[in-house]
Structure formats: C-alpha cells, structure tokens
Ligand binder design. Structure first.
Ligand code: ADP
Ligand code: MG
Length: 639
C-alpha cells in the first residue's frame, strides 16, 4: 500500500469511527428532547453527520467542482456529490425522516470502494513493473585497470563492459572474453539458461549466472533490447481498446440520461400530485447514487491491464489493449516462412559450380556480396564461408528484397539471388535438380554456378498450426518469396492450409489484402513475420505479430504484438489468452450493467433505498475487480 493510500485509509477509518459515534448518539439520545424543538434537532443531526461526511468526501466534492470548471460534468464524482449533497439537503424538509446518515454512509462506502480499486490497480501495475524489472541500473567499464560503474546510457558503442555473475547485462553486445550461462527468462519467459562464449551475442536484460563476461557493446542503451522493451510496455498501457472506449462513450451518454431521469423522477410525479416532493426527490437522488457506473469504468481497463501483464509473463508483448481485443477475433493467421516458421539459419546443401569454376570461389563471392545484408540467407552464407570478410573489398552493395543482392566485389560485379534477380539483370542461369532454396551467382555477367541452401522448420512449428486449428482458427496461410517446391514441402510438413510461393514483398501485401477481403464479418487476420522484407505486411494486417525482440527493429516497430522468444507456439497462446481476457471483460460488462439496471428499476419504483444502492455499487465493483484480476493468471496457458 502506498503512503497516499495509507493516509486515505486513516481518513476513512476516522470518518467511519465518527460516523459510528454520531449514529449511536442519534439512536440513544433523543435530540428533540435535548434541543426542545424538532427543527433544531434535525439541524443538530445535520451538523453532526456533516463532520464524518466532509472528512470522508471533501476530495470528491472538490474534484466534482473542479471538473465542472473544466466542463467535464458527468463523471462519478459528480454523481456522488449530487446524490449525497441532495441527501443532506433533505434537512430542508424537516417534517420527513432525515437522510443525513445515508448521505454520509454513501460517501463513506464509495470511498472504501475507491480505495480498494486503487489498491487493486496499483497491485497489478506493480506486478507488471516487477515482471518487467529488467532495467539495468549501471554498467561496469574497465578504466585504467580498475572497474568503474557508470550509467548504461553513458557507455559508447564499441566499449568493453564487464558483467559479473549475478548481474544484469546492461547493453546489447558480443562476448569478447569469458563463458557463462545467461538467464533470459525476463525477456523470453524461457527458463532454460543459454550458454554464451566469446563471439556469442548477448542481449540486455538477461541475467549473467555463472561466469564473468567481457562484452563489447554493439548498441547504445537507447537502442538496446531492454530499453526498447521497456518503451513498448510503457506505451502499451496508454493505448485504449475499442471495448474500453465503448465504456467511455457509453458513460458519456449514460450519465446525462441517468441525471435527466433522476430529475424527471424528482419533479414530474409531485407536480402531477402523485406524492410528497421530499419522497420523490429522495427517490431521484437514490436513483443517481445507484447509477454511478464506476464498477464498469474501472474493471474493464483493469481486465485488459491484467491480460497484457499476463501475456508479458509468457514472453508476449502486446502493444495495447485494443490489440488484445483484435487478437481474440483472429480466424486467419498468415505466416511468413523464413525466420518465422523456419529457423532462418540455412545450411549449404551443395555448391554447383560451372565448368572450370572453383566452388570455393563461388561461395567466397557470394559471401562477400552479402557482406552488408541482414537477411537470414546472407547471415547463413557468411557463416558457411567461415573466412574473414573484408568489407573494404565490397562496394555499392544493394539489396533487392525478394530477389537477392548485387555488389561490386574486388571491382567485379557480383549478383547473388533467385531466378527473378537473374532475369532482372539479364543474366543466364539454369535450374537445379535439388530441392531447396537456390542462390544463383553471377560474376561480371558470367554465370558461375549456384548454391543450394536449406532451412529447418522450427521445432514447435507443426504443433503451432495444430494448436491454432484447435483454437478455432480457420485458415493458416504461408507466404514466401522462396521457390514453390520448398514452400510446398514446408507447408505439407506443417499442415498449413494454403501456401503461396515466389512472392515479392509487395505481392505479400496484395496477398494479405486479398485474404482480408475474403474475411468473414468481424473476423480478424493476423500476420506473423520476422520483419525482414515484410514490415509493410505487418502494418497492413489487423494484427501484426513480430518474431523476436532479438529480431529486426523494423518488425518490432511495425508490429502490434511481439513474441520475445521467436517461438511460433506463442501465437496460439496469445490468441487463447486474448480470448480469456475478452471473456472476463464481457462478464464484467454484463454483470455490472445487469445489477445496475435491476437496482435502478427498484429505485425508480421506490423499493430500493440508498443503502441498497450503496451496497450494490460497492459489491459489484469489488466482484468485477476480483474477476478482472483473473486475467493476470496465465498458468493454464503455459506449456
Ligand atoms: P521469405 O518470404 O521466405 O521470408 P524473402 O522474401 O525474404 O523470403 O526472400 C525471398 C527469396 O528472395 C529468397 O528465397 C531468396 O531466393 C531471395 N533473396 C532475398 N534476399 C536475399 C539475399 N540477401 N541473398 C540472396 N537471395 C535473397
Ligand atoms: Mg522473411
């Protein structure tokens, strides 16, 4: 409990104690005998109850007044103020039963409910913060032989930092010395530690477990994984879901209607001579108190908040509650192949050099031409080449997405890519009998041969497709720029419903547009990719899901949901969790509105009094909040 909440609690307890005293006094002592007149007795009671009322509710009254000044009249502060002030105003009808006690009680219980809500919201926010407690406080750099701790944002790129066992890696980089195990759980939810050795990449936010490491930083703090994740999480809480704004929109219409009805209820029947003014005014006021939609307004965002928090526990970052809502309606999932369903680490299956060409030279040319590319194919070719790549030998490197690369290596023009690339440059090429991704290599206009590479599907890819179908997803589609035979093989192996091959990045967008066009009403389409050549598609889909905090920045930027550990199986989990959250949201909406309407009808009929109204509202709010907290619980989604 925060300091502010503690002070709040003390205030409520003091008000409650005073209220109990006043209640006891008015019950035991006859104020009328004491003061000698009925009017004086009512005014004395008024004054006595006013003290606990003001202690409990002065801030609500102030807020209501301030909001009226700002032109935002219809909120719950306004409702509570109007209703309770009205209850006290009954003092002007001394001949009726006094209602000061109810007025004070309404305020008290309202405050108890508010305190509870504030506590619950604070707690779920804190547990998200705890979970995301990955922000490093310092980085240790070596300075003239001794270690110095500096702020992570003060470390220039390329400096060597020391990470001791038990410390959090503050910046992204490459290990230059030492071997250790890293706990990546905070980033990926993966509990198995990852071994690192010189040459391994490490990402910030992981905890170094066993050995001291020297790491050469590769990114400034602001671009490091940890800073990007924190930014995502902070922004996520701000984006509003459509269901949520439904509540806000609803409240904007609802409050004036309720206020208007209350006024009519208080004014019309007595004007028609259907009873005493005080009676109907009280009924109107009761109606107002009951109508306050605070349970609804608070529990809906809280449910989303819990859902987002729960998702991040699974290693799924959802950038806003609206995406959780969209995700729950997904019935088509479109996958990119390379890096999404497959590992993206290609092995060289064969190098077919033309007559009189050295296969090693083919690989060397290809690896150099790919020197500046981030494409998984490029990374794999460089790895297969194994030798040092002198980037100074490479000039004018340009990448044509979905085609390949062209570069000048040692003053010779090298093309590496698929048949489309060859056709574009008018180069001759011939096909290969091997199944796999074929990279043609052309040097100075002469075809020197091709490299056949193959990728393996991710371990959980087939299970993912099965899980998605089981979760009611109707279509799983795979789009790829790769050759049709490779695509068919992967698609068949995984049980994909539809496979589209040989697509350029813009074809992928068109394909997604076509699929979007054939969607059933209200159903949503998710696209999952690694952001290499497919960032535009990520933005175009209803929900863009990116592989990997470790993957491309463009993907993380463009995506609505980020899977931190690149595991496709988290997509099915994310969808189930989103549906679970939406179920809770709707339960709360239906429950809160149902009870509200029932009590409103009773109040209008004069059956419900203010006491029932108070308990109804606080009770619904408490139950709705407890229900909302369930969205945080993700144990059932864990593998
Ligand atoms: P996917 O849709 O499977 O993710 P891409 O759209 O990234 O594939 O690439 C499609 C095809 O374009 C690859 O199969 C390859 O033939 C060619 N290609 C793309 N980038 C490169 C590159 N850097 N080097 C060689 N070939 C490439
Ligand atoms: Mg790709």
């Amino acid at each position: 409990m925060s300091k502010k909440q503690k002070r709040w609690l003390v205030r409520i307890l003091v008000a409650l104690a005073l209220f109990a005293c006043v209640l006891a006094v008015t019950a035991l002592v006859s104020l009328e005998q004491l003061t000698g007149s009925r009017t004086a007795a009512v005014w004395l009671e008024f004054a006595l109850f006013l003290v606990p009322y003001l202690i409990a509710g002065y801030d609500v009254l102030l807020k209501a007044a301030r909001n009226i000044g700002h032109g935002q009249v219809f909120d719950e502060n306004f409702l509570m103020s109007l209703a309770t002030v009205g209850a006290f105003a009954m003092v002007l009808f001394p001949e009726t039963d006094p209602h000061m006690a109810e007025g004070a009680a309404v305020m008290l219980f309202y405050q108890v409910g508010e305190l509870f809500q504030s506590y619950a919201v604070g707690r779920s926010r804190k547990s998200i913060a705890d979970m995301m407690d990955i922000a490093p406080e310092y980085a240790t750099i070596e300075c003239d032989g001794h270690l110095e701790e500096v702020g992570p944002d003060e470390v220039p790129v390329g400096s060597v930092i020391v990470v001791k066992p038990g410390e959090r890696v503050p910046l992204d980089g490459v290990v230059v010395d030492g071997a250790s195990q890293l706990d990546t759980a905070a980033l990926t939810g993966e509990s198995v530690p990852r071994s690192v050795e010189p040459g391994s990449e490490v990402v910030s936010g992981c905890v170094n477990l066993t050995g001291a490491l020297r790491v050469r930083t590769s990114k400034p703090y602001g671009d490091s994984t940890v800073a990007r994740i924190l930014e995502l999480v902070e922004n996520a809480a701000e984006k509003k879901a459509r269901t949520e704004s439904f509540i806000t929109r609803f409240a904007r219409v609802y409050t004036p209607i309720v206020t208007g009805t209350a006024v009519l209820l208080a004014v019309v029947p007595p004007l028609l001579g259907a009873g005493a003014w005080s009676d109907w005014i009280l009924r109107g006021l009761t109606f107002l108190v009951v109508s306050c939609p605070c349970a609804l307004v608070i529990s809906v965002p809280l449910s989303f908040f819990g859902g987002i928090g729960g998702a991040s526990r699974l290693g799924i970052l959802v950038k806003g509650s609206n995406y959780l809502e969209l995700l729950s309606k997904v019935d088509t999932v479109v996958f990119d192949k390379t890096g999404t369903l497959t590992d993206g680490t290609f092995d060289v299956v064969a190098i077919h050099a033309e007559e009189g060409v050295d296969p090693a030279a083919v690989l060397s040319h290809a690896a150099h031409a790919e020197a500046f590319s981030d494409h998984p194919i490029a990374v794999s070719l460089r790895r297969a080449y194994a030798g040092p790549i002198d980037q100074k030998r490479v000039r004018q490197a340009e990448e044509a997405s979905g085609h390949g690369v062209r570069a000048v290596v040692d003053e010779r023009e090298v093309l590496v890519g698929n048949d489309k690339l060859m056709a574009r440059h008018g180069a001759a090429w011939h096909d290969c009998e091997l199944a796999g991704t074929v990279l043609h290599v052309c040097v100075d206009g002469r075809y020197v041969g091709h490299i056949v590479i193959a990728d393996v599907v991710k371990a959980d890819a087939a299970q993912t497709i099965a899980d998605l179908h089981a979760a009611g997803v109707k279509r799983c589609v795979m789009l790829t720029g790769d050759r049709a035979d490779v695509a068919q093989a992967v698609g068949g192996q995984l049980g994909i419903d539809e496979v589209r091959a040989q697509l350029l990045p813009e074809d992928k967008v068109n394909e997604v547009e076509r699929l979007l066009g054939s969607q059933a009403d209200g159903a949503k389409l998710a696209f999952v990719g690694d952001g290499i050549n497919d960032a535009p598609v990520l933005t175009r889909a209803d929900v863009g899901i990116a592989m990997g905090a470790m993957g491309s920045d463009a993907a993380i930027e463009a995506a609505d949901v980020v899977l931190m550990d690149d595991k496709p199986s988290n997509i099915a989990r994310a969808i189930r969790l989103a549906r679970g959250t939406m179920r809770i949201v709707w339960q709360n909406i239906v429950f809160a509105l149902g009870v509200k309407i029932a009590i409103l009808i009773l109040a209008a009929l004069g059956i419900a009094n203010m006491w029932l109204a108070v308990f109804g509202d606080v009770g619904v709010a408490v139950l709705a909040i407890l229900n909302a907290m369930r969205a945080m619980n993700v144990r059932k989604y864990r593998p």
